[in-house]
Design a protein around this ligand. Structure first.
Ligand SMILES: *Cc1c(COP(=O)(O)O)cnc(C)c1O
Length: 388
């Protein structure tokens, strides 16, 4: 059976060139970067070279990069770290209604601790309005966090414009760039952000490693204590192999981005055209053009996303859905509700995300199977009337 992976937004395979770069750092060069002997210094050099490479890739300075355990930790640290550092200055935080849970859950925790949180709405494409942000800012506002691109619907936010508003008011701005890094160029100065989150496993690096960019001078309270690693900003023995893997993955992305973006955009636009032509009663979720080059998200009406996912899985095709009927929550994705979908349409969503190893033939195979799967499932749906 064919096996086709179209869920790159969930995670990516580790590039074999990344694995090769990591390999020496398990046995041969296993040192602790905090040790003063030669083993330690060898690890320390790998650490600082990696930091340099990651910093350069986003136009930051090496000392502005803190290596973390991934996107979740970077996002949690940004929100909680700034909130706790600045709570005497003010207790109001602004974020959007479509953030990843790694941002929205710490926001909820802060709400419980007495902070006021504003969740900005988005339009039908999932776009935050700069006007809404301006309106939401008060004298108490200390922090704004708005994601660069959404992991479900792929919409890319006008971060530079939003962050400029924050800068004019002297408010820290964080963006979760976990989905954009490696897909679109990132320059922290052009984006005007003070903090930015990255995760290696979303760009062909290993799982469990990421980075938080912290602009020089930004006040962030540390919450991993017990060592002076990362200039005292994050205790814990460095994950050297992971960090080396992260930096190799960064370099490969820079080398390949232009080509990959071109290829993936073509496949994306093919699906955006072909799915509505071959399947009736569908709706594209997210912005038609201001979206990640590798993201396609459709609501396929009158069927349930999870049944679709499982049927495609039986044919060897791995995709994702914003519906989660069999998991603990019956609620469809907050992102799909925020762009105005009713529950039923939100439950019928299908996310297809492509990456480095996606080929035209994979999309051919998907387009051969998808209409058939939809037809079969709709035949069992009491709500569906053909041609409606
Ligand atoms: C995957 C993801 C995260 C979490 O990153 P991990 O490294 O898996 O913890 C955070 N934000 C977004 C937008 C993501 O897609």
């Amino acid at each position: 059976m064919e096996k086709i992976y179209l869920d790159y937004a969930a995670t990516t395979p580790t590039d074999p060139q990344v694995i090769a770069a990591m390999e020496p750092y398990f046995f041969e060069k296993f040192g602790n970067a905090s040790s003063l002997h030669a083993y330690g210094q060898e690890a320390k050099k790998a650490l600082e070279d990696s930091r340099q490479a990651v910093a350069e890739s986003i136009n930051a300075k090496p000392e502005e990069i803190v290596f973390t355990s991934g996107g979740t930790e970077s996002d949690n640290s940004a929100l909680l770290g700034v909130a706790y550092a600045l709570e005497k200055k003010g207790r109001h935080i602004i974020t959007s209604s479509i953030e990843h849970h790694a941002v929205s859950e710490p926001a909820k925790l802060l709400e419980k601790r007495g902070f006021r949180i504003t969740y900005l709405p988005v339009d039908k494409y999932g776009m935050v309005s700069p006007e809404d942000l301006k309106q939401a800012i008060s004298n108490e506002t200390i922090f704004i966090s708005i994601m660069h691109a959404n992991n479900e619907i792929g919409t890319i936010q006008p971060i530079a414009e939003l962050a400029k508003i924050a800068k004019e008011k002297g408010i820290y701005f964080h963006t979760d760039a976990v989905q954009t890094f490696g897909h679109i160029p990132i320059n922290v100065n052009e984006l005007n952000v003070d903090l930015l989150s990255l995760s290696a496993h979303k760009f062909y690096g290993p799982k469990g490693v990421g980075a938080l960019y912290i602009r020089k001078g930004t006040r962030v309270e540390t919450f991993l204590l017990g060592g002076d690693q990362e200039r005292g900003r994050r205790a814990s023995t460095h994950n050297i192999s992971g960090i080396v893997g992260c930096s190799r993955a960064v370099q490969l992305c820079l080398e390949n981005m232009e080509n990959e973006t071109k290829l993936q955009t073509a496949l994306r636009d093919r699906l955006i055209k072909e799915i509505p032509a071959k399947v009736d009663a569908v709706r594209l979720n997210g912005h038609p053009t201001k979206r990640l080059p590798n993201n396609v998200n459709f609501s396929i009406k009158y069927i349930e996303g999870e049944s679709m996912l499982l049927s495609l899985d039986m044919l060897g095709i791995a995709v994702s859905t914003g519906s989660a009927c069999t998991s603990t929550s019956l609620e469809p994705s907050h992102v799909l509700l925020a762009i105005g979908l009713d529950h039923e349409t939100a439950h019928g969503s299908l996310r297809i995300t492509m990456g480095r190893w996606t080929r035209e033939s994979d999309i051919d195979y998907l387009m051969e199977k998808l209409p058939m799967v939809v037809k079969k499932l709709r035949a069992m749906s009491p709500l569906y009337e053909p041609g409606k």
